[in-house]
Design a protein around this ligand. Sequence first.
Ligand SMILES: Nc1nc2c(c(=O)[nH]1)N[C@H]1C(S)=C(S)[C@@H](COP(=O)(O)O)O[C@H]1N2
Ligand SMILES: [Mo]
Length: 347
Amino acid sequence: MLIKVKAAHEIPSSEITPESVYRARRAFLKGAGVAGAGLLAGPVLGQEASGTVASPNNSPEALNLASKPQWLVEQVAARQPVPDEGLFTTGEMLTPFQDVTTYNNFYEFGTDKSDPSRNARAFKVDPWTVEVTGAIGKPGTYTLEDILKPHALEERIYRLRCVEAWSMVIPWVGFPLGDLIKRFEPTSKAKFVEFITLIDKNQMPGQRSRLATIDWPYREGLRMDEAMHPLTLLAVGLYGDILPAQSGAPLRLVVPWKYGFKSIKSIVRINFRETMPNTTWSDLQPNEYGFYANVNPAVSHPRWSQATERRLPGSLFMPNRIGTLPFNGYAEAVADLYKGMDLRKLY
Ligand SMILES: Nc1nc2c(c(=O)[nH]1)N[C@H]1C(S)=C(S)[C@@H](COP(=O)(O)O)O[C@H]1N2
Ligand SMILES: [Mo]
């Protein structure tokens, strides 16, 4: 299946290679008059013919991690390259590493966009375990290695569209969630999958805050067919390296056709169930955030329009506002999942 999203800023599909993405980015930054700063801020993308985005060789400190598990660094390095076309890449300029890792939503580390990269200091990802429970044949507590070792990792470039109407284009490293789910042998009662983030007040200042409105831990969920969809990614890296703490280390979900809040970070529990789980944002504001949260330019948030988005990076003088696409541009691949549903009501 070939999904092409036509946008004014898109480069021809014949040029969709990491190198041309890099060139497009250079041209963009020059045009915006921030070439120097922008190019120094981010890593240089892959100039070699390998088709992967070059790894910036980050220190643990730079990623806000206590350590970088060597086996995981190596598994990420051995990833399959980004395909030249199709569903798992886009023709758009990548959002620079600097923006991807300093403009974050991760309320466990604070509510400002710059809080997660500043407050997630020496985050511990080793050891890390994931408890897998519910309607499956193989429940248990799995180490991160148990979870990841059998899977070949892939690099995939996806758009990420936040419900707050900004977006990025991010080169993730991960593998299809469906491949992991099959290993747990779900039973016929597994109709939904629930995901839960780490709760650790010592490491996560947002969970200590008396001002916090969220009832921790952060929770998300998918219907089983959404979880099994080939686009649904379990990510362990971005820009060719393991995930920084602020991006959801060591393991996070990426569901590119849904608003960003579905893409839950730092997962410690996966639960298979017969009924729809409660989820953090729809519990907090059910009239503003729903369970499905499919990107939909036709359904406004009660307090703002969803028809357009601010593509990062931008600036005061060049906000880089673009039209939002149904299902974030992935409609051809996912619209069938929602046949017969009223997506105005089931937002
Ligand atoms: N545990 C947890 N996961 C989370 C969030 C959060 O606050 N806590 N924020 C969500 C929101 S609103 C968005 S837009 C994305 C942002 O991902 P990024 O910071 O890697 O771009 O993470 C999502 N996952
Ligand atoms: Mo978001």
